[in-house]
Write a protein that binds this ligand. Structure first.
Ligand code: FMN
Length: 370
């Protein structure tokens, strides 16, 4: 099935033209909103659109949404990455790209279960730069697997208003229990917690004054509403949690080059300083090595954890700069007494009034390869 056929079956094209809401799944899936459809072919196409939409709500560094999908057949897909959405400066080996692909896959598997499909997964990429990464086959099992899909729809990155209170023992177990050998937690006030706070701040300073990294970031910031509606990817003032007059100012007066000004860089460091001073502590996900299956598995683990924290009013803020900066990356494991590879570092903490997701997503047509 080619991209044009798929788009015309699923109605995705219509939604894109209509410029409907950036986050409303039904806005992207008008066919689904028309009630019960008896035609099984149509049902399968509705399922494809639904599963891809749910998968695309996964997190990704700078919200680049690196995933692509090629439909070989209705139940046989190739999941890959788009080189124009890689981050070669901060993620030269595509480590974070593959973690994001893992998160996409986890959303896909969870929502496929709800629709009565089992997902067969085969990693086909030999290099982290291969465009085709995972082969997927959907098998109808008939009996749906129970899972609350609202968890996928409501998951989001939170950056501000973390409380300072400690994570309860029960919540630490809840987060690390299942994966005790690859998920580690340190309270902010512990020796390790203080180390991670200090190094994350340092890594942010290094990155903020690293022009190539800042230029790469600038490319993915959508200051104006117009740009954010146009691209439906990247970081917006809302997702960066810039509020009040400052938000109005950046929306109206900032341009791509603004991320390179001394004022923006100073403001970034100030915000990071405030962020790392709050929250309960740090969560680190490790893996045996940085092979492609391990990175994808890390992304799946990350997403499984992220999907279950909202019910406990726990917020997650990935702060991965320390693992992106070459001069700091190698010291983290020995400093924390870990033998495996550190893959993603998350600031974690309780929050009151969990905010709604607001990060834009591209129309599915943009991720489908024809
Ligand atoms: C591998 C990875 C690395 C990330 N690194 C950072 C980071 O260093 N700082 C940050 O603020 N957000 C980081 N994020 C969060 C993304 O910016 C966020 O997922 C994206 O903007 C989409 O927003 P959402 O999670 O609310 O859907 C990261 C996410 C992933 C998956």
């Amino acid at each position: 099935m080619n991209r044009r056929q798929f788009i015309s079956y699923s109605g995705i094209g219509l939604a894109a033209v209509a410029g409907l809401s950036m986050l409303d799944p039904l806005a992207q899936l008008p066919v689904m909103s028309q009630g019960k459809l008896r035609n099984s072919v149509k049902e399968m196409h509705d399922d494809i659109s639904y599963l891809l939409y749910m998968a695309s709500l996964a997190p990704s560094g700078h919200n680049v949404q690196p995933w692509t999908v090629r439909l070989i057949d209705k139940d046989h897909w190739m999941l890959g990455t788009d080189a124009t959405r890689w981050l070669p400066v901060v993620d030269p080996q595509n480590r974070e790209t593959l973690i994001s692909i893992g998160a996409f896959l986890e959303n896909l598997i969870a929502s496929a279960g709800v629709k009565g499909y089992e997902v067969e997964v085969e990693v086909v990429a030999k290099s982290t730069k291969d465009k085709e990464v995972v082969q997927i086959k959907l098998h109808k099992i008939g009996r749906p697997i129970s899972f609350d899909v609202k968890k996928i729809e409501l998951r989001r990155t939170v950056r501000n208003y973390f409380l300072k209170e400690k994570l309860s023992k029960e919540d630490v177990n809840f987060l690390t229990g299942e994966n005790g050998d690859s998920v580690f937690y340190w309270a902010r006030e512990s020796k390790e917690g203080k180390y991670l706070t200090e190094r994350t701040l340092l890594a942010n300073k290094l990155q903020t004054y690293h022009n190539a990294a800042q230029e790469e970031l600038a490319k993915w910031i959508r200051w104006s509403k117009r740009d954010s509606l146009h691209y439906r990817s990247g970081l917006t003032p809302e997702t960066m949690e810039i509020e009040g007059v400052a938000k109005w100012y950046v929306e109206n007066f900032y341009s791509n080059q603004s991320a390179l000004t001394p004022g923006f860089r100073e403001e970034t460091i100030k915000r990071v300083q405030e962020q790392v001073a709050a929250g309960s502590g740090w969560l680190l996900i490790t893996s045996k090595d940085s092979s492609i299956p391990e990175l994808i598995d890390t992304g799946r683990k990350l997403q499984r954890m992220w999907l279950k924290v909202r019910d406990r009013e726990i917020a997650i803020h990935p702060m991965n700069q320390m693992l992106e900066e070459e001069s700091l990356r190698d010291e983290i494991a020995p400093a924390l007494g870990i033998t495996d590879k550190a893959q993603i570092l998350l600031r974690i903490g309780y929050i009151r009034d969990y905010p709604q997701p607001i990060s834009p997503r591209m129309p599915l047509a943009n991720i489908m390869l024809g």
